[in-house]
Design a protein around this ligand. Structure first.
Ligand SMILES: [Zn+2]
Length: 458
């Protein structure tokens, strides 16, 4: 399996330069004359770390605060001028690499490198380049630019894969616009009806927004892809938490993306005078809400595991210093890979709420506002990432993803896997978001080796 083929040399503008690994252009030139197959890639096959860094730095200029530097982060909201400029930059890199990038009706950017068996479904990999307001320079950007670096490294070393390889830069991952994340991978996964194009945000129809970035809302349903459209989907991403850094492990193998249950809790008491109402006669909704917040924390920590729970929003009525609160509304959000565990935690919270209501002379009611199913990473892909780490002499560790990713949408269409690299201090969605350059390079190399591992399978 894995026929050798001779590819065109990489265009000079992005010819592989000497990298931190001490590779030189001449190493690759030698490689180009040899027969190379995906079965026996050169041991020195690497993504160009220096180019990766330069591109992440350049991409950060689109949406950078005025007079800011790289350390000031980026605001590249989906559909903004900065987003359009950043997308143009990335497509320019693809074109310079000899690829022919295209935009699907949903606005996602795809670029394909043929395989030797083009009847096989492609290996799809990539990430996104939109950001949250005042976000960081690594969330999404690392995975998108590394994916391009993988194609270039294979091209430069003349390694042909059996499967076609397809790089994707998803549009509108963060969900700041139109209030819903994973917006355009969601369309590819089939979660779309034509009427969704009429949603309005900031005075702009969603269809117009998609047209702005080169998509075609009139053909939006054509962006859907069927189950089995890909051999597998891979995404390199920063962890956005502190687990890998704390454990001093360079590569995370994602087990899956957690399920999320959200509830609104309404606590009803009785608003009354803060000076004349004796403590024993109060129906204090705020006091009950405070106890309920602690109860959420207790329910989450009582069980072993890595589940989390948050009360992140509270509204108190009348919200006045001299009035006992008569009403409180809280959000409760629970996350874990196991939906059963989420239900068990919520049962615990409800039981505690009954006691709290009795003790505070209030009533507490819950309404579920959201349920997101977990997305499991494929076992074979997880093992392929681990082998890739071994090949490179890098330790790996399995962990769940507490954040949502486009990968969870692609998990609906076929096997999915994600590679995490450490986030310094576990900080993300902030200008302080940072992943060390050597960790960026390691992640890109693991992505490259995982693509080759998966190319051999099936
Ligand atoms: Zn992201």
């Amino acid at each position: 399996m894995g026929a050798a083929a001779v590819g065109k040399p990489a265009p000079s503008a992005f010819a592989l330069r000497a990298s931190t690994y001490g590779q030189s252009a001449s190493t690759y030139a030698q490689g180009a004359s040899a027969d190379r197959s995906a079965d026996k890639p050169a041991p020195d096959l690497r993504v160009d770390a220096r180019a990766l860094r330069e591109r992440i730095e350049k991409l950060s200029t689109f949406g950078r605060p005025a007079d800011g530097t790289f350390a000031d982060g980026v605001s590249r909201i989906a559909y903004s001028d900065a987003d359009i400029e950043g997308r143009r930059y990335v497509m320019g890199l693809m074109t310079a690499a000899g690829l022919q990038p295209g935009i699907d009706p949903a606005g996602n950017i795809f670029a394909r490198r043929p395989g030797t068996e083009n009847g096989l479904p492609p290996i799809l990999f990539g990430s996104h380049i939109d950001s949250v307001p005042n976000g960081g320079n690594f969330d999404g950007d690392l995975g998108s630019l590394s994916a391009l670096g993988v194609l270039e490294a294979l091209q430069a070393a003349d390694v042909r894969t059996r499967h076609p390889l397809e790089v994707v830069v998803w549009a509108h991952e963060e969900g700041f616009a139109f209030g819903r994340g994973l917006a355009c991978s969601r369309i590819v996964a089939g979660e779309i009806v034509a009427a969704d194009m009429d949603e309005v945000w900031n005075g702009m129809r969603r269809g117009e927004a998609i047209r702005r970035i080169g998509g075609n809302p009139d053909r939006i349903l054509d962006a859907r892809r069927p189950k089995g459209a890909h051999h597998c989907y891979l995404e390199l991403h920063i962890e956005q938490g502190g687990t890998l850094e704390r454990a001093a492990v360079p590569v995370g193998v994602v087990e899956g993306i957690v399920a999320i249950d959200k509830y609104d809790a309404v606590v009803t008491g009785f608003a009354n005078h803060a000076g004349t109402t004796p403590i024993a006669e109060r129906h204090d909704a705020m006091l009950a809400a405070a106890h309920l917040t602690v109860a959420v924390r207790d329910a989450v920590t009582r069980l072993p595991g890595r589940q989390v729970g948050t009360v992140g929003h509270i509204e108190v009525t009348p919200n006045s210093p001299n009035v006992i609160p008569g009403l409180a509304r809280l959000s409760i959000e629970l996350r874990d890979l196991s939906p059963q565990k989420l239900v068990a935690m919520m049962d615990d919270i409800r039981a505690r709420a009954r006691e709290i209501a009795a003790n505070t002379q209030t009533t507490i009611e819950f309404t579920q506002t959201m349920r997101a199913a977990p997305a499991a990473a494929d076992g074979d892909v997880q093992r392929a990432i681990e082998r890739a780490g071994q090949t490179l002499g890098l330790g790996t560790s399995r962990l769940p993803s507490g954040a949502g990713h486009d990968a969870q949408m692609m998990a609906q269409l076929g096997p999915m896997g994600m590679i995490f690299v450490p986030s310094v201090g576990g900080v993300s969605h902030s200008p302080k978001e940072l992943t060390r350059w050597e960790d960026c390079a390691r992640g890109a190399d693991v992505l490259l080796r995982t693509v080759l591992e998966m190319d051999r399978a099936g």
